[in-house]
Design a binder for this molecule. Structure first.
Ligand SMILES: C[S@@+](CC[C@H](N)C(=O)[O-])C[C@H]1O[C@@H](n2cnc3c(N)ncnc32)[C@H](O)[C@@H]1O
Length: 243
């Protein structure tokens, strides 16, 4: 009986405390109180999707890595925007019907692509569609020339893409472990982007134009919209196991 009384007492106190928090910080959801997003196209029908703001920021931060022979997935848009001294713009896709693709291959089974071939691999918003993400990263490392750099972005808090098999969402910890296991922990730099407001806006299908620069730039690693990873293949070309 005493246990029950104590339990009920704790429960009541907890409910009172929760009520107090709600009254102290009321959350007027307004037009956000809905069960379907405003956009079914990632916000493209309202402006530019929120995650693209962070992809641009990440690539701008690593602009100097986008040089020489560059391989990008689907099209060469980011190579053209951010690259300098680019000697080759290659485009990879598993989809043979992509007219922009110059290399048709599944990155997880990309033995057809020669080793040490590219100075930079741009892998934006692709790894979530590859079930064998580890295999894909092993090939990405293999096809990089010694000294080359992989720039990857992956979704963290994001809706699912129903047009493709959307397998994975990533966290800073899973990226550090996954990329670090292949490139070596010291060769990997993980960055997180987003906060609870921009994650909510992104899920709701709002566009980046509906948020202020300060709101977009606030970073809270508890609720990242995007994770960006820079992974470097050392000049020696040695595998992490070989040191
Ligand atoms: C959403 S796009 C991402 C790339 C684009 N540059 C971007 O930033 O949005 C995903 C692309 O990855 C391709 N893809 C999916 N699985 C793949 C795989 N296993 N190997 C190579 N490409 C793949 C898809 O066909 C598609 O063109």
């Amino acid at each position: 009986m005493r246990v029950l009384r104590e339990h009920v007492g704790t429960d009541r106190r907890a409910h009172l405390l929760q009520r107090f928090h709600r009254l102290r910080h009321p959350a007027w959801m307004g037009t956000m109180r809905r069960t379907v997003p405003f956009s079914d196209a990632w916000g493209y029908d309202r402006g530019t999707p929120v995650d693209r703001y962070y992809i641009d920021r990440f690539l701008m931060d690593h602009q100097s890595d986008i040089r020489g022979r560059v391989l990008e997935v689907k099209d060469s848009g980011y190579t053209e925007l951010y690259g300098s001294d680019v000697r080759e713009r290659a485009v990879l896709d598993i989809d043979a019907s992509n007219p922009r693709a110059t290399v048709i291959a599944d990155l997880a089974e990309a033995d057809s692509i020669p080793s040490d071939r590219y100075d930079c691999v741009l892998l934006t918003q692709t790894l979530q569609f590859i079930f064998d993400s580890r295999g894909a990263l092993e090939h990405a490392r293999r096809i990089l020339a010694p000294g080359g750099v992989l720039l990857a972005t992956v979704p963290s808090v994001s809706r699912l893409d129903r047009r493709m098999n959307d397998y994975w969402r990533f966290t800073p910890a899973s990226c550090q472990a996954l990329f670090g296991g292949i490139f070596g922990a010291a060769e990997v730099n993980v960055q997180v982007y987003g906060n609870v407001l921009t994650a909510t806006a992104f899920l709701m299908g709002l566009a980046q134009e509906e948020l202020s620069r300060a709101e977009l730039d606030a970073s809270d690693p508890r609720t990242p919209v995007l994770v960006g990873v820079r992974a470097h293949k050392p000049d020696s070309g040695s595998t992490p196991e070989e040191g």
